[in-house]
Design a protein around this ligand. Structure first.
Ligand SMILES: [Zn+2]
Length: 396
């Protein structure tokens, strides 16, 4: 066990993210004075954030995000459009948003990767299940390099009969198969950590896990059924495949399904329960199967983007969050604080070996996401970074 004594698990990171990007809370409220005065950690590795969120495309979003990335040493990021259908979270899905993001993609081809999604706006219409493959083709034509599916599939989306649409509903099979044919990885967030089903999570507003929802076991069964049925499609389980608190079970799943990978987005707080040795061992064993991702939001709200003060605060917070991930994975520093509102979480750095970091930070993403291993991409990756000494860099 770790030497961590203070721990407080927050609600879903999206709630925190939402509070942030809406401009209701910024750095001073999120990060204590001690943390604010620490130099910002910057990576000298080539790093791809394979899990970032967005809303409507905005000309100023990407430059703001790139500024944060250059402060912390992140080179590329994947924005995930996703349809939150019914839940009150911000999602990036609409056909117009896919078009808008594809335009931004052409403007920032070296830094931006866009994942589309299956929109559920017409899920109760008879044509829905015929149209999803056609719409996938359309998105691929616009340059999306993967697909994001959110946990509302299985937990919230209902078909015309009023029943919850299961992740392994056979009517969705042609879609998963087509993702495989097109070489588009599916970043799938199914269920959540198991504890969310059993704990009274007072902080969670709105309460996500309702008694009428399927059990954790059932949702994992549904997800695993599509992993099995579609061996030629690459699936990336967001948030350690919702098994961050049960690494033996995650190991079993990775062993059973070679087409399954995971990312670490928003789950460092679960790493706090593990010793750095345990984390290192797991990452070493599954070094070809884990991707770096953060779950942060790209700014797109006018009142943030149009306010120099709010934008500066947003950048400071995001830089802090990126630095926290990097410092955790690259060093054995003690007492690392989680830059989220109210968090008292403290972590001890896992200090992964350099060869494992290279795969985790970029090589695995480059293997799975089409277009990342072109000559141009490799050249840009090999370009020297401003900071090669793996040292902390003060905030400019
Ligand atoms: Zn996410």
């Amino acid at each position: 066990m770790s030497d961590i004594t203070r721990r407080r698990f927050l609600g879903d990171s999206l709630l925190a993210a939402k509070a942030t990007w809406l401009g209701t809370a910024f750095l001073p409220e999120f990060v204590n004075a001690e943390e604010q005065s620490r130099p910002l950690y910057k990576s000298s590795y080539h790093v791809i954030d394979a899990h970032a969120h967005c809303g409507a495309p905005h000309e100023d979003s990407v430059p703001a995000q790139l500024d944060v990335m250059s402060r912390t040493g992140i080179d590329k990021f994947v924005v995930l459009l996703f349809d939150t259908a019914g839940w009150e979270y911000p999602g990036g899905w609409s056909e117009a948003n896919v078009v808008g993001w594809s335009k931004l993609l052409r403007k920032h081809p070296e830094q931006l990767i866009v994942f589309g999604t299956m929109g559920f706006d017409r899920v109760t219409e008879p044509a829905f299940f015929q149209d999803i493959v056609r719409k996938l083709d359309w998105q691929a034509g616009l340059g999306v390099q993967g697909i994001k599916m959110w946990k509302n599939l299985g937990m919230h989306v209902r078909d015309a009969s009023g029943e919850l649409l299961k992740i392994d509903d056979p009517r969705l099979d042609p879609y998963w198969a087509k993702c495989g044919e097109l070489g588009l990885p599916v970043l799938i967030h199914s269920a959540d950590p198991r504890r969310y089903w059993t704990e009274a999570l007072k902080d969670r507003k709105p309460r996500i896990h309702q008694p009428w929802m399927p059990s954790w076991e059932e949702l994992i069964r549904q997800r695993d059924a599509i992993l099995k049925r579609h061996p030629d499609t690459t699936f990336i389980g967001a948030h350690f495949g919702s098994m961050s608190s049960d690494l033996p079970r995650l190991a079993e799943t990775l062993d059973a399904y070679p087409n399954f990978h995971v990312d670490c987005a928003s789950r460092l707080r679960f790493m706090a329960a593990l010793s750095p040795e345990t984390v290192r061992e797991f990452f070493a064993k599954y070094q070809d199967r884990i991707l770096f991702g953060t779950d942060t939001f790209v700014p797109y709200v006018d009142r943030v983007l149009n306010s120099p003060e709010k934008l500066a605060q947003w950048k400071d917070l995001r830089s802090r969050q990126y630095a926290w991930y990097l410092e955790y994975f690259e060093t054995d520093h003690q007492g690392l604080a989680e830059p989220l509102p109210g968090s008292k979480l403290v972590l001890s750095g896992a200090k992964l070996p350099p060869d494992v970091l290279e795969k985790f930070y970029h090589a695995n993403a480059e293997k799975l996401i089409p277009g990342l291993n072109t000559v141009e991409a490799v050249e840009s990756r090999n370009r020297p970074k401003a900071n090669r000494d793996h040292e902390r860099t003060a905030v400019a």
